[in-house]
Design a protein around this ligand. Sequence first.
Ligand SMILES: *Cc1c(COP(=O)(O)O)cnc(C)c1O
Length: 411
Amino acid sequence: MPDAIGRANGKTLNHFTSELRRRLDEIQAQGLYRELRRVDSPQSARISVAGRSFLNFSSNDYLGLANHPVLKEAAIRATERFGTGSGASRLICGSLAPHGELEEALAQFKGTEAALSFSSGYATALGTIGALAGRDDVVVIDKLVHASLVDAARLSGAKLRVFAHNDLTELEDILRWSVQRAPPGFSGDRPRTLVVTESVFSMDGDFAPLREMVELKEKYGAWLMLDEAHATGLFGDNGRGRAEESSLADRIEVRMGTLGKALGASGGYVCGPRVLMEFLINRARSFIFSTAPARATAAAAGAAVKLVQSAEGQERRDRLWSLVDRVRDGLAKSGWGTPADRGAIIPLIIGGENEALAAAGTLREQGVFIPAIRHPTVARGEARLRLTLTAAHTAAEVEQLLKAVARIRSP
Ligand SMILES: *Cc1c(COP(=O)(O)O)cnc(C)c1O
């Protein structure tokens, strides 16, 4: 670029900015360009974007806790008592009262010996898989697991094997191969196989066949790690998750989840035996080499863990499930496919990236906010509107949603 800035930067930046512009143009040409939209309101059923109010059917705030007075109060009190920044990593001097209280609350909630919190679900996945699996090991993931689990498996350096979504036959084939792979007479640290899946899939809303997977991993001596990001707070007794709901909790080696979805705060956690936490504190790099989460968010998450187990938590779940049933019914009547399993995530599969963008635009014109989900979040040609319901929505708002969705043509 022969303009003043181009000349000034040309030598030092080596056409850096023009190269990035070229790459962005490519992304745009494929209908995959993304941009931030600034939300100027609390996270709720209604959000304000660029001066306009929308009905929001895109958040993971399933129980409507992100703007709950009890969580806000806990965050404010923690900030007043302890300040804002944590000052250091957990292992230096950043392990503070709200972190300990959150972890005790999580362990009690999940019925495990211990729990450990991380700054995000992404950091939880990265640190935990990286600690448990290494070069000699095998990590086996479902094709549709969340990007954080894929990245974690890759970064661990373990051999990565992927089975088709919820395909137990392919999983068993991989497990059989993995067991035979161990060289005969191999001693010392035996290579391990870690199977990783999600209890509720984030972009499809369907469930993993947990019982069958637990039986398979037991048959082949593998470990199972279950990500309950979209199940914690929603399923099982008091919202303990799908492992607990299926009475499989104590047969799953590693259970993780997030604090930023139904729990309305932010962060991630692992729960299980105390020795697992001890091991992660020593080996999970995303835990060790990162400043401890702010006490305000830890305190808010701790308050949320208690709230989901209260009568109010149950009322919120009941309200959510009645809205989910109404929407599934309404969508089926207008010809949309809905997930086989009843959950708060209901993807409206569109297909083409540009078509999904257009459908999201049609909804926005009617005051409904559901951004298009495209590659690389989902496979190419499987773009969708990822519709999520929360306990903060009203029955009238759900009717408005159904009316708006009926205006975009089902595939
Ligand atoms: C959201 C999500 C994560 C990441 O959690 P963050 O706290 O948002 O970093 C991990 N796993 C699954 C399945 C998720 O949906």
